[in-house]
Design a protein around this ligand. Structure first.
Ligand code: HEC
Length: 159
């Protein structure tokens, strides 16, 4: 009898540990100066805003929305690695502190990455289906990034 109780307790502990992992997701949201955010600065149409939020903002901003399974051991560390590296390369929450030249280069890079299917990362969309972009969405986003690059370039020419 005693032995069975021990096994049941161990099972309860193991199951609880998994649930705690799922519920207690690491908080990756950090306070940011909202005025420096790409979406605040460019104020794009809702369609663009939604696409950027669902497909890029998890890794390229401080506004990370995690799927519930992001708390699972293994998945969590993989996603956190992506976020850390993604933000280092490009942080839309910090857009306002980029120079015009850097903005143009990053906007063009974004258009290229989406166009050739490099972004959002495939390893991410494989587990986070909601972040996938269909071909129409890709074309719309690419056009938007290119237009933004042109408008920053035009602004630079005036200065
Ligand atoms: C799962 C996280 C993740 C998502 C989602 C994601 N990226 Fe990335 N991104 C990265 C990582 C990590 C890098 C660093 C280089 C690499 O690993 O390819 C990167 C690099 C980039 C770069 C190159 C920047 C540089 O300076 O080298 C661009 C541009 C880019 N991403 C744009 C986007 C766009 C646009 C989206 C949305 C359509 C997006 N990314 C979605 C993780 C992500």
């Amino acid at each position: 009898m005693k032995k069975i109780n021990w096994k049941i307790s161990a099972a309860i502990v193991a199951v609880s540990a998994i649930f705690i992992q799922i519920i207690a997701q690491e908080k990756t949201v950090q306070p940011a100066d909202a005025n420096k955010d790409l979406l605040v600065m460019t104020n794009p149409p809702a369609e663009i805003r939604n696409m950027l939020r669902k497909s890029c903002y998890d890794c390229h901003s401080v506004q990370t929305k995690m799927p519930w399974y992001a708390g699972l051991p293994g998945v969590k560390s993989m996603i956190n690695d992506h976020i850390e590296s993604g933000r280092k390369h490009l942080n839309f929450s910090n857009w306002g502190s980029y120079t015009d030249k850097r903005m143009v280069s990053k906007l063009n890079q974004c258009a290229n990455e989406i166009d050739k299917g490099g972004m959002p990362l495939k390893s991410y969309t494989a587990i986070h289906w909601g972040a996938k972009l269909n071909s129409t969405e890709k074309a719309t986003l690419v056009a938007w990034f290119k237009a933004e690059a042109d408008s920053v370039k035009a602004k630079m020419a005036v200065q």
